[in-house]
Design a protein around this ligand. Structure first.
Ligand code: PLP
Length: 398
């Protein structure tokens, strides 16, 4: 006997992976230059020069037994201090190195945080649309994911829907801004609504309801400055971060969890974070990369490329008649399917070699996600295909 649940997770590829594999096959048939693959969120901009410089310096100067050796389970103390100091000076966050845990990227940060908090019968709320792996991560702990619909069209927080979804079993909420898959950045009003509702419900139920803020796209914003708003406003906050997108290092698997220093139960929660890291086998995040990100923390890959892509694609598609959610961050464009079924629309798009991810698994029906972390040249070449596709849609709808 083996776990049927795990077998199922391993056997069924996500819709994103399916499309990506299809794209590879199609490229072999018709040439890569004729396939417009918008499926994956793999950064297309190289890591900044400072990453290479830091690696070279470490390789040249550090004691290899230290550089490649185990660090403390929760990460090197000096690395945690550098990152915590930066979070204080950049965003004014109440963090301390003693409450930080280095991880293998945001996926590990989330799994550790959820495992640390979850007890039998717990529920975790998230807002639609959401990163589909949240369901896998929450269910892995034996808890239930409760998706709450965001306001259609803007995907900002629907305060009433959120308040109604909270029950005595709600252990926490997972919030993600800038958002994958919509590209939406939560407004101050949405942030305030989340905080006010949670403060009210914490008082009503007399137990903490945690915010898990998932911020891998924090630095990918196109107006205004990067921010990390929740921990400043709400004491029961756990911050999950990853350098996968900001430094274009997704394959290096490096990030962190930070527990708020203002949290009443911070010592217990941090101990549970360390315990969850231990139980899940996520101890000692990659040692050399810990030092690299400490050196490069706060820097970014060239985000201007994504902004250029965003402007090009958003302007061109809206002009053609597509309806798109305005994306102010991350590198995704969320486009309303001109026909009711996003799956059908995605299938029709394939006929034009446009690979667009239907968003049903993101908790919203009738949309497709376009990842524009691709070359600007590919976007330019794809535009006539998008035009042909919308003309076809219009003829279907007439
Ligand atoms: N959270 C969100 C919203 C993401 O989009 C991703 C990856 O795409 C992750 C978490 C996982 O990030 P990582 O690759 O750093 O584990």
């Amino acid at each position: 006997m083996i776990s049927e649940k795990m077998k199922g997770l391993g056997s069924n590829r996500s819709v994103i992976r399916e499309l990506f594999e299809y794209g590879k096959k199609k490229s072999a048939e018709v040439g890569a230059e004729n396939v417009y693959d918008f499926s994956l969120g793999n950064p297309s901009v190289p890591a900044p020069q400072s990453v290479e410089k830091a690696i070279k310096e470490l390789m040249a100067t550090a004691d290899p037994t230290v550089l490649h050796g185990y660090t403390s389970a929760q990460g090197d103390a000096g690395v945690r201090k550098t990152i915590a100091d930066n979070l204080v000076s950049r965003f004014g966050l109440p963090v301390k190195p003693e409450l930080m845990y280095m991880t293998c990227g945001a996926a590990a940060s989330l799994c550790i945080s959820l495992k640390a908090l979850a007890c039998d019968g717990d529920e975790f709320i998230t807002f639609t649309p959401f990163f589909p792996e949240y369901r896998v991560f929450v269910e892995m702990t034996g808890s239930k994911l409760v998706p709450v619909k965001s306001a259609e069209g803007t995907f900002q927080i629907d305060r009433n829907a959120f308040e109604k979804a909270i029950t005595p079993n709600t252990k926490g909420i997972i919030v993600n801004t800038p958002n994958n898959p919509s590209g939406v950045v939560l407004t101050d009003d949405s942030i305030k609504a989340i905080v006010e509702v949670l403060e009210k419900k914490e008082a009503e139920y007399e137990h903490p309801i945690f915010i898990i803020t998932d911020e891998p796209y924090r630095e990918l914003v196109y107006s205004g400055k990067p921010d990390s708003p929740f921990m400043k406003l709400y004491d029961d906050t756990i911050l999950c971060y990853s350098y996968s997108k900001s430094l274009s290092l997704p394959g290096e698997r490096i990030g962190y969890v930070a527990v708020s220093d203002r949290m009443a139960d911070k010592s217990d929660v941090y101990a549970a974070i360390c315990g969850a890291g231990r139980a899940l086998g996520y101890v000692c995040a990659p040692s050399m990369m810990q030092r690299v990100v400490a050196t490069c923390d706060g820097e970014t890959a060239d985000v201007s490329v994504y902004k250029k892509n965003r402007d090009l694609l958003y302007n061109a598609l809206t002009e053609m008649g597509y309806s798109c959610v305005y994306p102010d961050g991350a590198f995704y464009l969320f486009v309303k399917s001109p026909i009711a079924s996003a799956n059908e629309f995605s299938e029709l798009a394939k006929e034009y070699n446009l690979l667009l991810v239907p968003a049903d698994s993101f908790g919203v029906e009738g949309y497709v996600r376009i990842s524009y972390c691709v070359s600007t040249d590919m976007i330019e070449r794809s535009l006539p295909k998008f035009k042909e596709l919308i003309c076809r849609m219009q003829s279907i709808l007439q």
